[in-house]
Design a protein around this ligand. Structure first.
Ligand code: UD1
Length: 366
């Protein structure tokens, strides 16, 4: 049996690593290959994650890089089709909601290769997000849909996906978190950045925020409002860095705002774990903070991960910074909600995914 695991952009690496390891550990005879599309190509957005997650180098690197959505998606398809035609895998596994996910999913489905989708069923119900389009379409063409939270089950059912394709396996990204938390404890990132006191961790990369000049007014008010009491740590995503330059906004002069390049997985985990709270527009960080019990304020109008708000420590603040301030004030006044860890976020999701793929493959071929 041959499987190709696809990765492309930063959030894919930690979801796929655990499935790769589960195959290696429990089914060593399965031929598992890794294909990196090259959607993210900077060392700090990509290569560092292979080291941090103790993954081998990819077997195929498509080197596709940036472009408009159409160009990026099309180029990935052209290159990935060549890999599939040459390798003839039995199963292609994609994860999450990035352009690499739908591009490689489409290639596999049209070549009639079985397609598995890790982190299936999440919905923001906001089709202005490119990720929402990618999620819906990937789920539509997948044969095995691996779901992280109960909302995913309901969404897929409502979309008419046959029940026998849907598997509630838990959260593969949380598997990686659990695996690497001890290592993160030894990270020296706090010394490197000179942090000894309470800090708030910031990440912003969502186009609806960072492509909008207004957003940076709120951002600067946020820093001014709390920087007497807190340090801020802000690893800057390439998209955000480019926009700051384009808009001519200089944020390098705030004494308590520590700016860094994007960080590796281990260093970033350490920073989440020790933070006072996280303010973000990321998807995955809403889940990581929920697992770690760290308050998370999400600057978005919606979330495709409602369990993090219902059960976890996440607050959906919307994009009005006055709301963000109210929530942060509440957290400072010791009113942060006490979250719980969602069902099946137990470090075993990757093993469940691997087991199901093996069973399905065996049933299909007997
Ligand atoms: C992509 C995903 C998003 C995910 C995010 C995580 C899609 C549609 N979006 O968004 O869901 O949350 O990754 O980071 O797939 N760039 C670099 N170096 C890199 C990669 C990108 O400089 O290694 C620059 C590109 O030139 C581009 C910008 O960053 O201008 C955005 O990159 P892109 O891959 O298009 O999307 P992201 O915003 O990273």
């Amino acid at each position: 049996m041959k499987i190709i695991l696809v990765v492309g952009a930063r959030p894919n690496f930690m979801k796929v690593a655990t499935v790769y390891k589960a195959f290696k550990k429990n089914y060593p005879l399965v031929n598992v290959k890794i294909c990196h599309t090259g959607q993210h190509y900077d060392a700090k957005m990509s290569h560092i994650f292979f080291n941090d997650l103790e993954m081998p180098q990819p077997d195929f690197y498509l080197g596709v890089g940036s472009g408009s959505h159409a160009v990026q998606t099309a180029n990935i398809m052209i290159e990935f089709e060549k890999v599939c035609l040459e390798e003839k895998p039995d199963v292609v596994l994609v994860s999450g909601d990035v352009n690499s996910t739908i591009a490689c999913g489409l290639v596999a489905a049209k070549l009639q290769i079985k397609l598995g989708h890790i982190e299936s069923g999440l919905r923001s119900f906001d089709r202005k997000m490119p990720e929402e389009i990618n999620r819906i379409l990937t789920d539509c063409i997948s044969d095995y849909l691996f779901v992280t939270e109960k909302s995913g089950l309901e969404n897929l059912k409502n979309e008419g996906i046959p029940q026998e394709k849907i598997f509630f396996t838990g959260n593969c990204m949380i598997d990686s978190l659990i695996d690497f938390l001890p290592k993160a404890q030894n990270s020296e990132i706090k010394q490197k950045l000179g942090i000894n006191e309470k800090y708030i961790l910031l990440t912003f990369h969502r186009p609806s925020n960072v492509d909008n000049r207004e957003f940076y007014n709120g951002f600067q008010k946020l820093i001014q409002r709390y920087s007497n009491n807190f340090k801020f740590v802000f690893p800057i995503h390439p998209r955000t860095r480019k926009n700051l330059e384009t808009f001519g906004i200089n944020i390098s002069n705030y004494p308590n705002l520590i700016l860094t390049e994007p960080l590796g997985y281990i260093d970033f985990l350490r920073l989440i774990k020790d933070s006072f709270c996280v303010i973000t527009d990321s998807g995955g960080i809403q889940e990581e903070t929920t697992y770690l019990g760290i308050p998370c304020v999400t600057i978005r109008e919606n979330t495709e991960r409602p369990i993090t708000v219902e059960v976890g420590t996440n607050y959906l603040a919307g994009t009005d910074f006055n709301n963000v301030f109210n929530i942060v004030d509440d957290i400072i006044n010791n009113n942060a909600k006490k979250g719980k860890i969602p069902f099946l976020w137990d470090g075993k999701a990757g093993e469940r995914v691997a087991k199901i793929i093996i069973e399905k493959f065996n049933n299909h071929n007997n």
